[in-house]
Each structure stands twice: as structure tokens, then as C-alpha cells.
Design a protein around this ligand. Structure first.
Ligand code: CA
Length: 361
């Protein structure tokens, strides 16, 4: 009797456990379970490069899964504000999001490393570090604290230094400027006397037009032309020391990801990887056309930042990154991982990309 009761109790417990596992039990019926996810992003839906890549990602996931995982894009401000994407996905308000890790420095000082740090890695090197140099493991470890699964999902390539309404001939010309420049690049600028302003990309044009800011960096010719920044600032400077190859992120709510069968998990991962590559190809192909249009049609004054300005930016960046690493144990690990990789890649770049660029010019 006692044994029977035990067995009955055991069966009941098993049944309760099975019910509790019901969402996770879905993978057993992998072929039929259907999922519809809401996706929030930090960009307008039709923004070339960023917004259009998100649309391609959603379409690709839908096709690859034969409609079993459908993504409903709520871009820009449609559901949440651009800088609320991280929290919205972390808390499960949306299952998936597309943004940039360096917007979340208030969550952890380590986040910028997974997007871009000043004078850091270019796109090709970022992919090497993330996929084969330990970077992605660190990124996953950090985001697990926030119930998020991160995937590299796009890269703009090296950006431009930004738009200015006055010429920058020396460090003195930077002092007193109000500049839209997010993340660590903005902190570096503030050490050189610039007032850092952080506003979403979609607000840059009106802020420059109304004189709320004197300068702004956004991305590069392809995106900047789309926003019409040449109509509200005269000088366009390069190179994009602040963002030499920013990785965009696709973040998935941990619980939503865990509920997927293995094949759909793989589809999310592979499609993100495809877009990571495809976005860079898009920017590489289109930046040149946009640059030509800016210079030849719109008569933009294209300038290189003077060497003494770049040298000061480089030194301030080095100091800032050291301080950042010293402020937080996890940031220290990420910083050390990236910098060890960077030292190694510099030696390779010195006999590959760098001399090749010089040789072909
Ligand atoms: Ca930028």
C-alpha cells in the first residue's frame, strides 16, 4: 500500500513536472510548433543599412523556418524608444531586438567592447575576435546576467569622424563644441573639451538644424546621406577613430530562445551570422556611391582630422580604456582579451592588409 502510494505520488509529481516543462516540451514536436516573436530595434524601419538589414533578417528567418518562426518588426519608436531595446528584450516585453552593445554601458562597463571601442578593431578583426578569439563567449557570459542571448548581427565597417559646422584645424577648434557622439568616443571627446550629447540617430538632423548641437557623428556616407546631414553641416571629417568597425547586435530573450526547438535555434544563429556578413557587404558597396554624391553633387568639404588631433584622441582613448578596465572585474577580462588579440592582429595586419593597401594605391 505504502509502495503504491509512493508510486502514485511519484506519478503525480512526474505529471506536475511535465506540465511545468510544457513550454520546453515543444521541441519534441519541432516540425509543427509555430512561434511569433516581436522585434524591437534602435533604428527607423527604412533606414538604409541598419533598418533594411533588420528586415532582411526577419525575412530570412521566416523563410528558413518555413514560417515556423515569424518576426514582427516594431522598429524605432514603434513599441519602445531606441535606447530601451535592451531592457524591453531582457524583461520579455519583446522576444528579440536589434541594436548596438555600446548603448548599454550603464548596464556594464564591458558592453562597448562588443560593439566598438575607439582605436579598436576593424570589422574583419572584430569577427576574428568574436567568433574565433573568445569574444563571443565573454559576450554571452555577460548578457546571461540580463537573461539575454547575444548574436553579432551586422557591421558598418569603419565609420566617419563626423559632421562639423566649423573647420577643425587644431585641438582648440574642438573646445566648446556640442557634439552628438555616443559611447566611449563621446567620453574621449569630452576630455578634449567637447560637450557630449547622446541622441538617437533619427534626431540628429533636427538637432543640427536647430543649433542644439554643433557637430555629430552618425555612421558614414551611406547612412549620413540618407539623413541629409550634408544639408545641416558643411564639413565631413574622417577617419572614424571612434568606431573603426562596430558590430551590431541581435539580442534574444533567454526564455524565448530556450523555448525554441534546436533547428529554430540554429536558424536564428545562422541567419544572424548571414546578416553580420551581409550588412558589411551592403555598406562596403554603397558607401563609395554615397561619398561620390556627397562630394560631387552636394559639394561637401571632405577633410581628414589633423594628425595632432588624432594623436590626442588616441592617447585619451588609451587612458579611458585603461580606466574602464580598472573599474570593473568583467570589463578587465574583456579588455585584456581584446587587447591581447589586438596586439597579435597588429603583427599580422602589418604584413597583410596594411602593405596591401599601400601597394595597390
Ligand atoms: Ca557612429
Amino acid at each position: 500500500m505504502k509502495r503504491r502510494q509512493l508510486i502514485a505520488a511519484g506519478s503525480a509529481a512526474a505529471a506536475v513536472a511535465a506540465c511545468a516543462r510544457a513550454p520546453q516540451a515543444t521541441p519534441a514536436t519541432a516540425g509543427t510548433a509555430r512561434f511569433r516573436w516581436t522585434m524591437v530595434t534602435s533604428w527607423p524601419a527604412d533606414l538604409p543599412g541598419l533598418g533594411t538589414a533588420v528586415a532582411r533578417l526577419a525575412g530570412m528567418i521566416g523563410r528558413a523556418s518555413a514560417g515556423r518562426l515569424e518576426i514582427d518588426i516594431q522598429a524605432g519608436n514603434a513599441l519602445v524608444a531606441p535606447f530601451e531595446v535592451f531592457d524591453a528584450v531582457s524583461r520579455g516585453r519583446a522576444e528579440i531586438g536589434h541594436s548596438a552593445a555600446y548603448y548599454w554601458k550603464s548596464k556594464s562597463p564591458a558592453t562597448p567592447y562588443f560593439c566598438s571601442v575607439p582605436f579598436g578593431l576593424n570589422a574583419q578583426e572584430m569577427n576574428g575576435w568574436l567568433y574565433h578569439g573568445g569574444g563571443l563567449e565573454l559576450w554571452r557570459e555577460l548578457y546571461a546576467r540580463f537573461a539575454l542571448v547575444p548574436f553579432p548581427c551586422g557591421n558598418t565597417g569603419v565609420q566617419m569622424a563626423g559632421w562639423f559646422n566649423r573647420e577643425i584645424t587644431s585641438l582648440d577648434d574642438l573646445r566648446g563644441l556640442k557634439m552628438r557622439i555616443p559611447g566611449l568616443g563621446g567620453e574621449v571627446m569630452s576630455r578634449l573639451g567637447v560637450t557630449q550629447v547622446n541622441i538617437p540617430g533619427g534626431e540628429i538632423f533636427s538637432a543640427l538644424q536647430q543649433g542644439a548641437i554643433d557637430a555629430a557623428e552618425w555612421v558614414g556616407p551611406y547612412n549620413d546621406l540618407a539623413f541629409g546631414l550634408h544639408r545641416v553641416a558643411k564639413y565631413c571629417y574622417y577617419p572614424g577613430w571612434q568606431e573603426p568597425g562596430p558590430t551590431l547586435e541581435c539580442i534574444v530573450n533567454q526564455r524565448a530562445f530556450d523555448a525554441l526547438p534546436d533547428d529554430l535555434k540554429a536558424i536564428v544563429e545562422v541567419c544572424c551570422r548571414a546578416i553580420n556578413d551581409d550588412m558589411l557587404a551592403d555598406y562596403t558597396a554603397r558607401n563609395q556611391d554615397a561619398l561620390k554624391q556627397l562630394v560631387e553633387v552636394h559639394k561637401v568639404e571632405l577633410r581628414r582630422l589633423p594628425d595632432p588631433v588624432l594623436a590626442a584622441l588616441r592617447e585619451q582613448s588609451r587612458q579611458l580604456l585603461e580606466e574602464l578596465a580598472a573599474s570593473d572585474a568583467f570589463a578587465r577580462r574583456v579588455h585584456d582579451s581584446m587587447h591581447a588579440y589586438r596586439e597579435r592582429i597588429l603583427a599580422w595586419a602589418a604584413v597583410s592588409e596594411v602593405p596591401y593597401y599601400q601597394a595597390r594605391s
